[in-house]
Design a protein around this ligand. Structure first.
Ligand SMILES: C[S@@+](CC[C@H](N)C(=O)[O-])C[C@H]1O[C@@H](n2cnc3c(N)ncnc32)[C@H](O)[C@@H]1O
Ligand SMILES: [Zn+2]
Length: 391
């Protein structure tokens, strides 16, 4: 089965025929006239691979289902035992019911509803219904739904969360960031990563407030949607709270500093001197790992025998990139910034990373932002090594 449609696939806001027939993985369905983006396929492929690694019998809640493609794929490809598919737009319910019909034949129990996510989650709390996977593919910022979505998870269950609010967490709307994330968000050279760390911090704080912990399993973005999958822990790992902190950026020279809120101190003076502008400080945000290697390895294992029709090549590439970079240390820069500051273009990236490692630093290509690298070396040393390589 190919990732194809019999007519133009269309995307958000495009004119698309409601009768469009679309195939992705093992799913064949009608897209209807509502929101659908074929380009988001890697996020759906990763969701299916993740679901295949979760314990059975797996119960899935697809809270903002659109045409129902995620729920359908969780049932058909991950062998979910039960799938509850919901979209707040009541006009989509007949489409959801029709699209999900193949699940009953596959032995998967299906519920389809048209409730607001808030109402649905309140009902789950009252009925003490819990799921192994809650997929929350939201429009905008999902912060208000996070505590209730966590309450709807079994211990060890996963919240797969999307936010399309790119302005607040990337420093473009500081007031909105304070309102929706409870955090300062300043312009930062690795802005997608900053957005993911702010999002994870929101979930971590909500989990801690419930007496639980969280483990980020994977985090990624293409600059438009910010996606994180987090596992709910019955108890937080020891000292997990120390991973909440602040990230500071010197716009004068490019240096970055981080601090845990656990031991908040004065910021060090930046090496670029007294003329340096005040540090741009973002947070509280998550300073810990963005990816969980064992989970990504398990996902890669279950996907290893999949055909390109089942798991798209772009999804395999994304998985490999995430596997190669746990997301720590948290200081991350574009190579282009190095080039700009040196005036001679970016240095050869492999050689720079190798030179940093020879000196005992951790230095990695970012799995989240192409063309970026992370390291724990002083920025002045990074600049020296890069300048030497450019000579
Ligand atoms: C990003 S789209 C979902 C796309 C779908 N998951 C996919 O992969 O194609 C978000 C959906 O959430 C629905 N929605 C928006 N706000 C909602 C709410 N408060 N409760 C339930 N559904 C909501 C919209 O009708 C829309 O179909
Ligand atoms: Zn500086």
């Amino acid at each position: 089965m190919a990732d194809t449609a019999t007519q133009s696939q269309g995307g958000a806001g495009e004119n698309r025929s409601p009768d469009l027939h679309y195939c992705e993985g093992q799913a064949q369905l009608q897209l209807g006239g509502g929101f659908f983006r074929p380009q988001s396929r890697p996020s759906r492929d990763l969701g299916v691979l993740l679901a295949r690694t979760l314990p059975q019998p797996l119960e899935v809640l697809d809270l903002m289902a659109g045409c129902g493609i995620r729920g359908l794929r969780y049932g058909l490809e991950a062998g979910a035992h039960g799938v509850w598919v919901n979209d707040g737009d009541g006009d989509r319910l007949p489409l959801l019911q029709a699209n999900l019909a193949p699940l009953a034949q596959a032995g998967c129990r299906v519920e389809a509803t048209a409730l607001s996510a808030q109402k649905l989650l309140a009902g789950c709390l009252l009925e003490e219904r819990r799921f192994g996977l809650v997929d929350l593919d939201a429009f905008g910022c999902p912060t208000t739904l996070v505590p209730a979505a966590l309450e709807a998870l079994q211990f060890g269950g996963v919240l797969y969360l999307a936010s399309t609010d790119g302005r607040s967490p990337t420093g473009h709307d500081r007031a909105a960031a304070l309102r929706s994330l409870g955090a300062a968000a300043r312009a930062h050279p690795a802005s997608w990563e900053l957005a993911l760390r702010l999002q994870i911090a929101v979930v971590a704080r909500a989990a801690w407030a419930l007496g639980r912990g969280v483990r980020p399993l994977f985090s990624f973005s293409e600059g438009r949607t910010f996606r994180v999958a987090l596992q709910l822990q019955r108890r937080a790992d020891p000292q997990q709270e120390r991973l909440l902190g602040l990230l500071a950026h010197c716009h004068g020279c490019g240096e970055q500093f981080s601090q845990s809120l656990w031991q908040l101190r004065q910021w060090p003076a930046c090496a670029c001197g007294a003329a340096a502008p005040p540090l741009a400080i973002s947070g509280p945000l998550w300073l810990g790992p963005l990816q969980h290697g064992p989970t990504l390895e398990a996902m890669a294992d279950v996907g290893a025998s999949a055909s390109p029709q089942e798991v798209a090549p772009a999804s395999v590439r994304l998985l490999r990139r995430l596997l190669a970079d746990p997301g720590v240390p948290e200081r991350c820069w574009p190579l282009a910034e190095l080039g700009r500051r040196l005036g001679g273009g970016p240095p050869p990236s492999d050689a720079l990373l190798a030179a940093l490692r020879v000196e005992g630093f951790t230095a990695l290509r970012s799995g989240v932002m192409e063309g970026c690298f992370r390291c724990n070396a002083p920025w002045s040393r990074v600049l020296e090594l890069a300048a030497a390589l450019n000579r």
